[in-house]
Each structure stands twice: as C-alpha cells, then as structure tokens.
Design a protein around this ligand. Structure first.
Ligand code: NAD
Ligand code: MG
Length: 390
C-alpha cells in the first residue's frame, strides 16, 4: 500500500483527482510537478507540503520560488527537475500524470528506484512499452494502471493464476462526441466541438484523442504492453454509457468485467491500495437507475486512428513511437486551429509513410523516432500552409 507519493503532473485532470484521493486516504506527498500553472502549484504546495516542487518551465519555476520563499520547499525545473521528482527517496509510489512522451524518462527513472508506478501517462507505454515493461521486470518495480480500462482489466485479472487462460481483453470505448458521424461529416469539426466529451472531464489532449478514437488506439497498445498480448487478442467495443470499464475473456468463455460510475478516483485509489481496497465516499453505481447498457462495433471508416493504431501495434519496433509522436504534434496543431480534425489521422499516416521503422529499438531509437515524427508533422503542416498561400 502506498504511503508517500511523487506526483508528476499535479495540476492536470488526473493530478487534481489524485490529490483528492491523497486527502481522502491521508497519504503524504514528497514531490509535485507541473508545466507552467504557478498559481495552482502554489496552492497545492501550501496544502500538501512536498519537499520538492518542479515547474517544467524555467520562468514558472522562478515565479514559484518567489511566491513560496516563506516555505522550506526546494524548487526545480525542466527535465532534470522531473527526474529528481521521480527518484526522490521519500516516495514509495510515483504517479505519472503528465501528458505525452515527456513522461518516458521519469517513468524509467522511477522504475529503476523500484517505486510503485501508478501509471496514467499512456503515451509512455505506447512509445516504449516493451522497454518499460522489461525494465520493470528487471528492477522488480510494480506498474499499476490508472487508465480506467486498464485498471478494470487489472482488477478482472486478480485471482488469475495462469495468464494462458486469458483469451481476449475487451476495452470499452465511449465513442466520444461524434459517435455515429461519417468521415465526411467529421471534416468540419472544430476544437470547441471536439473538446466536449459526453462522459469524462479530462485534459485537452486526451479529449481530442477520445474524439478521433486515437485514445482507444493508444489504449489497445497500452494493454498489449501491460498484459503482454498480441494485438489480435485485444479488442475495443463502443459502450456509450461508460459503466462497464473493460472485460477479460477467459478460455472457458467466462467474461469478467469491472463496472462502476465513470470516476477516475476509483482507479487512482486502487493503484494506491492494491491488493486491498479502501472505503470510498463517492456515489456507488445503482444498477436499477443506470439505464440500459449497449455495445456496438467501432466504425473504422469514420475513425481511421483506431485502424492505424492496430496496424502499428502489429508492426512493433518504433512504429508506435512514430504514431504517438505524430499524433501529439497533430493534436496540438488542431487545437491551435492550424489544421482540420481529419488531418490528424492524415498527418499521422504521413509521418508513418516518411519514417522507417526500427526493430528491437533501444531508448535512443525511440526518442529519435518521436523527434522525427514530430518533425514530419511540422513539415507536412508547412506544406499545407504553403499550398494555402498559392
Ligand atoms: P492534463 O492536460 O489535464 O494535465 C497534464 C499535466 O501534465 C499538467 O499538470 C501539466 O502541467 C503537466 N505537463 C504538461 N506538459 C508537460 C511537460 N512538457 N512537462 C512536464 N509536465 C507537463 O492531462 P490529463 O487529462 O490529466 O492526462 C494526463 C495523462 O493521463 C495523459 O497521458 C492521459 O492520457 C492520461 N489519462 C487521463 C485520464 C483523464 O481522465 N484525464 C484518463 C486516463 C488516462
Ligand atoms: Mg482510458
């Protein structure tokens, strides 16, 4: 059971909900990190008294230092600060709640210190899952998923003594705000439309990923890595109500699922208390009023990201790192209104066509694939702009 955490990404959606659970369970906080939200960081530092507070942005770190100079808290910045927070000896658990592949190196650092990893940062497992899992095995570090689907699978696997008995993982997917739309209809989607998720309130990047269904693509790869199964044994079904959080199918045909209200605090709490469970003050699911539970096949024509992710999961090597890096860059461009909604999958496919996949990659190869993918997206965006000016 977790006693003291380092929380990477404390000002985000998962970060803030993690601190609610910290308050509820009476855990200690050794380190907090964020990108640039100084005001909220100051509040969090004053409430949770970490030994270390990190702002990724140097400017923000300077401002935080001034604001809390009455406190005995070390302030650090940049990647070095993140690494320091990940390795802090006081913490037994590191919560990875930063968004994007920036989480990769701190996650590896925490694994090497044998911390429990409460893993929300799925991009890390997508770009370097095999490497991360091998390092966790080598160091004897526990990785407990926070992503609701993977937590549901983790919970449904408790008591399973032979993983060969598992035939399939079934991830549920809300379908996002554009369920039932055609690819053509999706051409005109604007950021403000895509930022409205029907069931979950999350950070901007994952909300767009949920709208393109790339989120489910990333999660299929995350599940392949966490549970060491080929892509053929990981499926996704649309389940609009987000009540069944995912399922495990066993070889005798039994399907074990975890159900609950859509609330990230449950998987966060479980990542801290596993293998035990703590009482929760939150509203429980009421089967009599939760309504009908429905399941549909995803539309791969309208949402090609799901198909692209499955293909990358099959290819392996650096394919998933290229896909992930390109997607991060394309989503940011969409949020800045520099490109259209359907261009996200086009830009990702463009990057995959331009960059050669390396097999059995080392960390350096993965970081290079991530960099090259981002560069390929920027080049494609430059060409798009060029065409507009003609
Ligand atoms: P968010 O955007 O709300 O928060 C991201 C956090 O990371 C913030 O604290 C931000 O300051 C920090 N950050 C951003 N860029 C950074 C950088 N370059 N360097 C250091 N720190 C940086 O995101 P979120 O919705 O909380 O998601 C966080 C992660 O958890 C993502 O990987 C996401 O896919 C995953 N996740 C989120 C949810 C959810 O419900 N929000 C559910 C499952 C998984
Ligand atoms: Mg999820």
């Amino acid at each position: 059971m977790t006693k003291t955490i380092s929380l990477l990404g404390s000002t985000g959606s998962i970060g803030r909900q993690t601190l609610e659970v910290v308050r509820e369970l009476g855990l200690s906080v050794a380190a907090l990190t964020a990108n640039s939200q100084v005001e909220l960081m100051e509040k969090q530092v004053r409430e949770f008294h970490p030994a270390l507070a990190v702002m990724y942005s140097e400017e923000a770190a300077k401002e935080l230092r001034q604001r809390i100079d009455d406190l005995d808290v070390e302030v650090a910045s940049g990647s070095e600060g993140l690494l320091k927070a990940a390795k802090l000896p006081q913490a037994d658990t590191v919560v990875t709640a930063v968004v994007g592949s920036v989480g990769l190196e701190p996650t590896l650092a925490a694994i090497r210190e044998k911390k429990r990893i409460a893993l929300a940062n799925k991009e890390t497992l997508v770009c370097a899952g095999e490497l991360v899992m091998a390092e966790a095995d080598r160091c004897g570090a526990e990785i407990v998923p926070v992503d609701s689907e993977h937590s549901a699978i983790f919970q449904s696997l408790q008591g399973c003594r032979d993983r060969n008995e598992v035939t399939r993982l079934i991830l549920t997917c809300s379908g996002g705000p554009f369920f039932g739309w055609s690819h053509e209809q999706l051409e005109s989607v604007r950021p403000e439309d895509a930022l409205k998720h029907p069931n979950w309130s999350m950070g901007a990047k994952i909300t767009i990923d949920s709208a393109t269904l790339m989120n489910k693509g990333l999660e299929i790869i995350e599940a392949m890595r966490l549970y060491r199964l080929p892509v053929e044994q990981v499926d996704a079904v649309i389940h609009r109500q987000s009540i069944v959080h995912s399922l495990v199918e066993y070889r005798d045909g039994a399907m074990i699922a975890q159900l609950g209200t859509p609330d990230m605090k449950l998987p966060i709490r479980y990542a801290f208390t596993w293998p035990n469970r703590a009482a929760s003050p939150d509203r429980k699911l009421d089967l009599l009023t939760c309504g009908e539970l429905t399941f549909h096949a995803p539309d791969l024509e309208a949402f090609p990201c799901l198909r692209i992710a499955r293909a990358c999961g099959k290819t392996g090597g650096t394919a998933c790192a290229i896909m992930n890096g390109a997607n991060e860059e394309a989503v940011m461009a969409f949020l800045r209104r520099e490109t259209g909604f359907n261009d996200i999958h086009r830009l990702v496919e463009g990057a995959l066509n331009r960059i050669e996949v390396k097999y059995q990659p080392c960390l350096q190869d993965i970081l290079e694939a991530d960099r090259a993918a981002r560069e390929a997206v920027r080049q494609q965006l430059g060409t798009l702009k060029g065409n507009l000016h003609l």
